[in-house]
Design a protein around this ligand. Structure first.
Ligand code: GLV
Ligand code: MN
Ligand code: MN
Length: 401
């Protein structure tokens, strides 16, 4: 299929704009981000879309329909550090190509269609994440703008330096009637079950943030155990207890401490402080509340060390639109596509958008279930099945109504 040839080449060309010292990394509001956005904008314009950016840096490509009601399609353009080429990018590129080819085949749509390449979904620069989708639903707050990256640059400064933000937060989009995101599965279920596409029913909730444990920096050899104030064992106890608690919940919750920093980080110095990030996910909102209470309870128990917790992201599980799920099932069956209705363990912009706007997601298989890795790969035949379903869905909601 000619469309798949374009998508395959575009995935590789886009990835080249984020190659940094031999690894892929498109952190938001950086040179790599600007280069990726410029390439996406060029392709959108070549494919007849009118382009613009909003104050959060989201790039839109608009194709005017007979009605102003807008159907939105897309995903995020940022990547995790040392990530892969498909996470986020695939949903933007397949959406762009599907709409372009429908335009050629059927002329102007009934509904206006927009493609979006969203910013900072991955929390790879600002821990809160989902900056672009929060802006779309009007939930990017002043507090979000004040969040600092690892170099002390605030989100507001990063947005202003990139030329997106000029003192006014983006308005909530009231014209959008539906959103569709195609994404790689990032797990191995489709492959294991031998299904061609996933129709997503819900996206897990997430509780993420960081905890700082403050100690008293001192000499490792001369400070007796009874006189030291060492934050490292206290942080380790929290990690161990929470990990144990999460394991007892079987497969209902995940708990990850992905970044633990000990300062000053020398073998012969009792640490001054430990900073750790936590990322806790579950399909059950009440388990996330329980997890937060558990963290606070563990921290309360140890009075010897001062600890501060900062919750950066607290988003409940989100259900995808039922009508959209049924339509996707019907369209898949009509095309003899084998599908699996499944929930997503990964976070997506869709979960931020879904409580406000009817939202649906299509998954395509990830080879070996690997993602957030340079080994991330989806065969073009598999992309093709998801693309076929996506195109049929867009035709149904934007052209045939
Ligand atoms: C995003 O990919 C996430 O699930 O953290
Ligand atoms: Mn990701
Ligand atoms: Mn993603």
């Amino acid at each position: 299929m000619r469309e798949l040839d374009w998508i395959k080449k575009a995935i590789n060309d886009l990835a080249l704009t984020a190659e940094r010292d031999g690894e892929y990394w498109r952190a938001s509001y950086t040179r790599e981000d600007a280069a990726g956005a410029a390439l996406l904008e060029k392709w959108l314009q070549e494919k007849s879309f009118q382009t613009r950016y909003d104050a959060a840096g989201n790039l839109y490509g608009r194709l005017e329909g007979s009605s102003k009601e807008t159907f939105l399609i897309g995903s995020h353009r940022d990547t995790v550090r040392n990530g892969g080429k498909y996470d986020g990018a695939l949903g933007i590129l397949t959406g762009m190509e599907a709409v372009y080819s429908l335009l050629q085949e059927k002329g102007r749509p009934q509904r206006t269609v927009e493609i979006v390449a969203m910013c900072e979904e991955e929390a790879s620069r600002f821990l809160t994440g989902y900056v672009g989708s929060r802006a779309i639903v009007g939930e990017l707050s002043q507090k979000n703008l004040e969040e600092l990256d690892d170099n002390g640059v605030s989100l507001m400064e990063a947005l202003a330096e990139s030329g997106y933000y000029r003192g006014v937060l983006p308005q909530k989009r009231d014209d959008i009637v539906g959103f569709l995101e195609l994404h790689i599965e990032q797990g191995g279920l489709l492959e294991k079950e031998g299904r061609e596409v996933g129709i997503v029913t819900s996206v897990v909730g997430i509780l993420a943030g960081e905890i700082v444990f403050y100690g008293r920096q001192n000499h490792a050899g001369t400070t007796p155990m009874r006189l030291r104030c060492d934050p490292v064992p206290v942080a380790a106890t929290l990690i161990q207890q929470l990990d144990c608690w999460a394991r007892e919940k079987k497969d209902q919750i995940t708990c990850t401490f992905g970044n633990v920093v000990v300062e000053p980080g020398k073998s012969n110095i009792i640490a001054d402080r430990v900073t750790l990030t936590f990322d806790i996910r579950s399909g059950k909102g009440e388990l996330l509340q329980e997890a937060e209470a558990k963290i606070r309870e563990i921290l309360e128990k140890d009075k010897t060390i001062k600890a501060e917790i900062r919750v950066a992201c607290q988003d409940p599980p989100a259900a995808m639109d039922e009508e959209g799920i049924s339509l996707l099932e019907t369209l898949a069956e009509e095309r003899n596509l084998s599908y699996l209705k499944m929930s997503s363990g990964a976070g997506h912009d869709s979960q931020i958008i879904a409580p406000k706007i009817k939202t649906n997601m299509i998954f395509v298989p990830s080879q070996g279930g690997i993602s957030h890795s340079p080994l991330e790969y989806t065969d073009m035949d598999d992309v093709g099945q998801g693309y076929t379903l996506m195109k049929a869905y867009i035709e149904a909601v934007a052209w045939q109504r």
